[in-house]
Every structure is written in C-alpha cells, then in structure tokens.
Design a binder for this molecule. Structure first.
Ligand SMILES: [Mn+2]
Length: 328
C-alpha cells in the first residue's frame, strides 16, 4: 500500500521507511526483497530508556518524499533495484519483554517466510537475540557470520540479576550455539566494559573484536579488511549496528553513550564496504533513543546506515561493482 501522494514532501504522508509501501499483512510481503520491521521496545536497557521511540524516528529521518536515492559512492538506487517494503512494527507489550521478543521473532519470521531480508529497527539491543535466532534458523549452523558494531560487547551472562538484557544477547547467542563464537566479530569496543572475565570467555569461544583504538591507529579500511577476512568462511552476513558505536558527538540520542567513538563517516564507509562485498541476510540498527537526541542527528545517522546497507546489497546482487561518480 502506497503511503505518499506524488510530489508530497518528506514530512507529509505516511511514516514508512523512506516512503516505501506499507506491507502490514504477511500476504503483502510476497515478492519483497527487503522488509523493515520496527521493534519498539526498551524494557531491557540498564541506563537511559527511550529506544522504544527509535523505529519511528529512524523512519522519519529522511528529507526525501519518495522511495528514491542516488548513492553517489556506489552508483545505485536501491529503491529502484530492490523491492523494499515496510512490515510496520512488531506488536510489542510494554512491560513484558518476553512477549515483546516473541512478537519481534514472529514479525521477523513472516519476513523470512516471504523470502525477504529483514531490517529490524530497534529498540534496545536485547532484540538481537530473537532477530538472530530467527535468521540463523534458516541456514546451517555456522553459516551466518555476525558483524556487530558496538561500544559494548553485550556478552554478560546477566546484568542486575536479569539474564535477558540489552547487555547479554551475544553471550546467549554464542552459548546457545545459535551463532558460534568464531562467527562473531565485534567492531568499535571501548571504554570500561566488558571486564576481563568476559574477554576471557570471548577468547575461549573464538570471538574476534576490534577495539576503537585499533580503528584510530590503523584506520577503518584496514580494520574492515580484517573483518572481511575473519568472516570469509561464513556463507552469510548479519549486521548488528548499535548506534552507540558512534561517538556521542555523532549519536547523543542513545541509551549508554561512551565518548571516544567512531565518526559517522567511518561507520557509513564500513557498512558500505561490507555490504557491497558480502550482501547480507539480515540487519538490525538499535539503541536510537530520540528523547536524548539533538536535532535528530542520531536518527539520521541510523537512517543513513540503513541506506548504505541497502545500496551495498543492491550492488552486491547486481554485479558487485560500485560505480562512484567520478570527480570533475
Ligand atoms: Mn549493544
């Protein structure tokens, strides 16, 4: 179902991602290549809440009133080359995180059943568990690699006595053998957590990580080279982007900000390159907390991360060859 009238400005009309058609029912997903799922929950954050409003603001964060985009770095319009729809939000239950996780899993399952790639807009990072459980169930164990952009590893066994938290999904995904440790690569870790015992656990499981200081010292391109090498053995890629991987200067609107992070420029470049080279079978963008945002910059960064991933996927499925606009 169309959500905009021709020539309507971006801030008018319906609020799907970049005005793509609304596909609320399972039957509406037929023929889709990509489908958005909103996961508006923040019950499991440990610090600042507000990510339940993330999906709405990420969808709004466009100045284009049409599903149209010319990506000058890649020479592609993903909205032209891919059939992209918005499946709306999972029917979460405020205050009941388990019910919300179930609803998110069901929404992602509907997208997968239609043969489409899900892009899940969070929501707190706890949703990575249902998202990845759904996506990985469609493939052989170990064939899906996860690249997690994040300040925090989110590999605690429990936080504040809670097994399910936004700080634990990757611990349980690995321990439950949904994502083998050697198929998890983390980019952008910094600050004061994880603790040594969690790093020890990660080492024992074969998890790889790239600290923020490594990105500073070697540059994002060299780190992405390594990430691509580290996921070579996996057939499929899932991207999990916690927006707090960005420095709070670029993403103040998030639940657990940590100074000293990536620039938007570095993150967009990394996501563009990974998706051009590998495509992806699923993605989530999480922890955008609009009440703490300023001038919408965090939602805008999340929106553009998705645009780069969509563009990369379109190029990957075309012939894998970016055609950047040449300078004059
Ligand atoms: Mn996280």
């Amino acid at each position: 179902m169309r959500v905009n009238r021709p020539d309507e400005p971006s801030y008018a009309g319906g609020a799907t991602f970049q005005k793509v058609p609304l596909a609320l029912e399972a039957r509406d997903l037929a023929g889709a290549d990509v489908a958005f799922v909103g996961a508006p929950m923040d019950d499991l954050v440990t610090y600042r809440p507000g990510a339940r409003f993330g999906p709405r603001e990420i969808r709004f964060a466009s100045d284009d009133g049409e599903p149209f985009m010319h990506n000058m770095e890649l020479g592609v319009d993903p909205f032209d080359e891919l059939n992209i729809v918005d499946h709306g939000d999972a029917v979460v239950t405020p205050g009941d995180a388990h019910a919300s996780h179930r609803a998110i899993r069901e929404a992602v399952d509907r997208v997968l059943a239609a043969g489409a790639v899900p892009i899940i807009l969070g929501g707190d990072h706890s949703i990575a568990y249902p998202n990845l459980a759904a996506v990985a169930s469609g493939y052989d164990t170990g064939s899906v690699a996860v690249v997690q952009f994040d300040t925090h590893a989110d590999t605690a066994t429990e936080l504040g006595g809670l097994k399910w938290s936004h700080g634990t999904p990757f611990r349980h995904l690995v321990d439950d053998a949904i994502i083998p440790g050697e198929r998890l690569v983390q980019v952008g870790l910094r600050g004061y957590w994880p603790y040594p015992e969690e790093f020890d656990w990660a080492r024992s499981k074969g998890v790889r990580w790239h600290r923020m200081s490594e990105i500073f010292e070697r540059g994002i391109d060299a780190v992405v080279d390594d990430v691509l090498a580290e996921i070579t053995g996996a057939e499929h890629l899932f991207l999990s982007v916690d927006i707090d991987v960005l420095d709070p200067a670029f993403a103040p609107g998030t639940g657990t900000p940590e100074p000293g992070g990536m620039t938007s420029r570095e993150l967009l470049r990394a996501v563009r390159r990974l998706t051009v080279e590998r495509g992806f079978v699923g993605m989530d963008v999480v922890e955008v907390s609009p009440p703490y945002d300023h001038a919408g910059i965090t939602a805008m960064a999340a929106h553009r991360v998705v645009c780069e991933a969509l563009s990369g996927l379109a190029v990957n499925r075309r012939d894998g060859k970016p055609e950047p606009e040449k300078s004059n």
